[in-house]
Design a protein around this ligand. Structure first.
Ligand SMILES: [Cu+2]
Length: 470
């Protein structure tokens, strides 16, 4: 009798426990086995990246249906262009920064191969750094790092495979010490793993956004590429976490110059990965709200109606949103210090507007300063002056004058005095007073510029006006 009561009680408790029928854990049967990695002295000589699952830019190819993804990403050392005029001695996967995006689905097997080709001359050989060891670390894999992620020497090839168990947008990167230097030199990319049955929503566009930092300084040996000074890794800035470029997809303001496309009424899916190496991203799109945010790119981790998504180093998210109307939708790292260093892009919906894009400078991208002072002037102009000035010619549509041709209509001495102290000039200088009247009595605020900064703006203006003459 008593044992029957206990049995009944047990049944009742069990029934309570299960409550509404619990869904089976989708991650209960994950694949944890993989054969050992193979390292050989064979050097691959063909393309630096190969595989049907790879996309090389922001635009993503649809999922390749094959359950086995064969992927080659060779490492190279090459000079990349972070922004017009800034050529940087980088290290790469697949000969590009960021490396190509790999796209797979839960349960797929990734067969990866990589030759360390850092000893090959890609571009002017005297400009790239000495050959060295490299490795590959996939955050999407569950494997022994001491086996799969070991470093290989120049000329060697490593091969290994693994099954992707969790959906997500996963970072891959070189894990060879100093890891910080290898990542900051450009050795990173994304591996997207779709849920087994795809995403629960339908979208019109899919794009990959990789945020990263660059820490650059002028080459102490004063080497040049195509007449432009070479920049190299600034290890002091790197250790102090003080990047001078924070960018999307490897290029300062790159997607401002070449916006992503969409149409009003479309639903857009962005795969956003912050590779750091050391900064946090506060990813935001001006003019819309994220309908869904899947933290780390897994629809199990869902938020609705978010304005911004916070991504630490190597965190990711899928964000989806509607494009409400025609216009230019600005993607930014809402840590605006980062945005001002280049972490800005545009989604252009409908015809390109007349107005210059926010945070963007509107002279042709081909107009590239080579003098480092002018490059600095251009960067500072974009962050401090662009709110009130254009530099495109014509009347301009901003609070202050368009500054194209300013070195022709004013003496450099006048401009220097103006920048030093607009309030003094407005009180005493007749030209300045005239300008104030023309610009609706709005005085330009003192920008607290140092002599050095004033020299940099002047050399930028001089450059723009010189380039304009041609
Ligand atoms: Cu490396």
């Amino acid at each position: 009798m008593r044992s029957l009561a206990i049995a009944l009680l047990a049944v009742a408790v069990a029934a309570c426990d299960s409550g509404p029928k619990a869904a089976p854990d989708p991650y209960a049967n994950i694949e944890l086995n993989s054969p050992p990695a193979k390292v050989t002295p064979e050097r691959h000589k063909g393309p630096y990246s190969e595989g049907a699952a790879l996309s090389t830019g922001a635009e993503l190819k649809p999922l390749d249906p094959s359950p086995v993804k064969t992927v080659r990403l060779d490492t190279t050392h090459k000079v990349i262009e972070i922004m017009p005029g800034v050529r940087f001695a980088a290290w790469t996967f697949g000969d590009q920064v960021p490396g190509p995006t790999i796209r797979a689905r839960v349960g797929d097997r990734i067969k990866f191969v990589m030759t360390n080709r850092s000893d090959e001359a890609v571009g002017p050989p005297q400009l790239v750094s000495a050959p060295m060891m490299h490795s590959m670390d996939f955050h999407a894999a569950m494997v022994s790092p001491s086996d799969k992620y070991r470093s290989i020497a120049p000329g060697q090839t490593i091969e290994f495979e693994f099954v992707v168990n969790y959906p997500g947008v996963f970072m891959y990167h070189c894990g060879t010490p100093m890891v910080l230097e290898h990542i900051a030199s450009g050795m990173y990319g994304a591996l997207i793993v779709e849920p087994k049955n795809g995403y629960p929503t339908k979208v019109s566009r899919e794009y990959m956004i990789v945020q990263s930092e660059f820490y650059t300084k002028l080459d102490p040996q004063n080497r040049r590429v195509d007449g432009v000074p070479l920049y190299v890794l600034d290890t002091e800035r790197l250790r102090a976490s003080q990047p001078n470029h924070t960018v999307f997809n490897g290029v300062h303001d790159g997607m401002v110059r070449n916006p992503l496309q969409a149409k009003p009424g479309e639903r857009v899916r962005l795969f956003v990965l912050n590779v750091g190496p050391s900064k946090t991203s506060s990813f935001h799109v001006v003019g819309t709200i994220f309908d869904r945010v899947w933290i780390e790119g897994n629809p199990d981790n869902q938020f609705r109606g978010m304005q911004t998504v916070l991504l630490g180093s190597s965190n990711s998210a899928i964000v989806e949103f509607m494009i409400p109307q025609e216009g230019a939708y600005v993607m930014v790292d809402h840590h605006f210090a980062n945005a001002s260093q280049g972490a800005v892009g545009l989604i252009q919906a409908g015809p390109k507007g007349e107005e210059p894009a926010p945070e963007h400078h509107n002279i042709a991208a081909s107009a590239t300063p080579t003098d480092p002072q002018a490059v600095k002037g251009k960067l500072d102009f974009e962050s401090k002056c662009l709110a009130c000035h254009s530099i495109a010619g014509g009347e301009g549509r901003k609070i202050g004058p368009d500054l194209l041709g300013v070195t022709k209509r004013r003496s450099e001495d006048w401009i220097a005095r103006w920048l030093k102290s607009p309030e003094q000039m407005l009180a005493s200088d007749p030209t300045a007073k005239e300008l104030l009247t023309k610009y609706n009595g709005v005085p330009m605020p003192n920008q607290n510029l140092s002599e050095e900064e004033i020299r940099q703006y002047l050399s930028y203006f001089r450059f723009v006006d010189g380039a304009e003459k041609k």
